[in-house]
Design a protein around this ligand. Structure first.
Ligand code: NI
Length: 172
């Protein structure tokens, strides 16, 4: 499943309203994180950390497309995701879709997320989710993943190593 098979793991809509699938990002590394824009703690922390890790990579980060896939498509329309990301995490492209499309993407990356009641949320619910980010190679192969516990400098180092490995494969 995560072994580089040329099967699209997602078919979604980006935050500009364009239909996209994994193939549209072929040739770029992907840093993929799942969450929802109403998330109060986990997403802001993860998205800030990943953004800082990418900053540390300097120009090398141009080889990576950071993607934020919603697990709350009912609220996270392309417009909502665009406003959220452009305001705070502008490196990321938001992806949303139908519940069915989101469920397929979650399954492909083994992401757990389930809606539950949350009295602190204005709409009365939250969608607790796995806080793992995935680094995929330009050919769609799995490179690495980072749990919530991995620090920013370690993430930057491991991404940098993956970029170097890929260069070595390319150029012999
Ligand atoms: Ni979250």
């Amino acid at each position: 499943m995560m072994s580089g098979a040329p099967v699209a793991r997602f078919s979604l809509t980006d935050h500009h309203g364009h239909k996209v699938s994994e193939a549209d990002y072929s040739g770029s590394f992907l840093l993929i994180y799942f969450g929802f824009t109403h998330c109060r703690v986990v997403c802001p922390r993860s998205l800030a950390k990943l953004s800082c890790a990418l900053d540390r990579l300097g120009n090398s980060a141009d080889r990576i497309t950071p993607l934020y896939v919603t697990v709350d498509p009912a609220r996270d329309t392309p417009e909502v995701m665009r406003a959220y990301l452009e305001a705070s995490y502008p490196k990321f492209i938001g992806l949303t879709g139908s519940q069915e499309q989101i469920d397929a993407a979650k399954k492909a990356f083994r992401v757990f997320a389930e809606r539950k009641a949350d009295p602190q949320d204005p709409d009365g619910y939250a969608v607790p989710h796995s806080a793992i980010s995935y680094l995929m190679g330009p050919d769609g192969s799995y490179c690495d993943h980072f749990t919530d516990a991995v620090e920013e400098d370690k993430i930057a180092e491991r991404i940098s190593n993956a970029l170097t490995r890929e260069r070595n494969v390319e150029h012999g």
